[in-house]
Design a binder for this molecule. Structure first.
Ligand SMILES: [Zn+2]
Length: 73
């Protein structure tokens, strides 16, 4: 499981979202249920907690990391 931070674009509520797949492949947005809106809403993907160090990596840094890993390949 990876811990992501997401934010509802309708009400602005930020929440943790634990999933086993890479949300960074979703173009920065996903539709899921918001407890505050009581509806499925669009959420911005804000970043991810490094599973080894628990350090928060924001989406800009994540993009750079991906770019570097592509360069190394
Ligand atoms: Zn909401």
């Amino acid at each position: 499981m990876t811990k992501w931070m997401i934010r509802c674009t309708r009400c602005g509520t930020e929440m943790e979202f634990n999933v086993a797949f890479d949300l960074s492949k979703l173009n920065g947005h996903l539709f899921i249920y918001c407890n505050k809106c009581k509806a499925n809403t669009e959420h911005d993907i804000l970043g991810v907690f490094d599973p080894f160090t628990e350090r928060f990596i924001d989406k800009n840094e994540l993009a750079n990391l991906k770019f570097k890993s592509i360069e190394m390949d």
